[in-house]
Design a protein around this ligand. Sequence first.
Ligand SMILES: *Cc1c(COP(=O)(O)O)cnc(C)c1O
Length: 228
Amino acid sequence: MADKQADSFTRAKTALASINGRVEKARRRFGAPPDHVQLVAVSKTFDAGQIEPFLAAGQRVFGENRVQEAKDKWPDLRERYPDLELHLIGPLQTNKAREAVALFDVIQSVDRDKLAGVLASEMERAGKRLPCFVQVNIGGETQKAGIPIDEAVAFVERCRSEHGLDIVGLMCIPPDGVPAGPYFAQLAALARTAGVTGISMGMSGDFETAIAMGATHVRVGSALFGKR
Ligand SMILES: *Cc1c(COP(=O)(O)O)cnc(C)c1O
């Protein structure tokens, strides 16, 4: 048992060092300042026992895409690692907003007025003002979440002035099967126009490209935890 634990710790440490090394190399090449890029370790589908070695190895920022799954896994881990930071990176239904506000530290998937309004009142009720990202449907795909590109800047403004949310950045998931670079460049330009500094983009297959385009948060799952 102890050997098995030591093995999974070593594996987590190695995987983290490898991804952090690649993040750092891409950051330097792009010329961004140190600490410009935050690694969000996407732990969806992996259980608490598989996540803990990554906490033990020093990773503190994680992403989950479902409220219920996060509720099953994270409260216990948080007791042991109170300084961890949990990001919601998946679609959020308004009837789950209260739980999301209780469980998460950052909401990356704000994409419509109704949700923004409900989140704002739940945060007020909980006495918490969580940093939020606006998710943009950067590929204009009907099946994907996110605010349309041409509505994004006005939506950020409404989130701030009407709903009172703390919008810190934009997030996107580009279309599958085509080079992501142009979409990343477009999200970065949109963030400048909207006056936000956070840019959450890039996953296991393309996070270095995302960093070259100005990502501040890369969301890496399978390259760290293995195949889902
Ligand atoms: C699953 C997921 C990721 C991580 O994807 P990998 O390809 O495993 O790195 C990133 N962002 C979102 C929104 C996800 O749902």
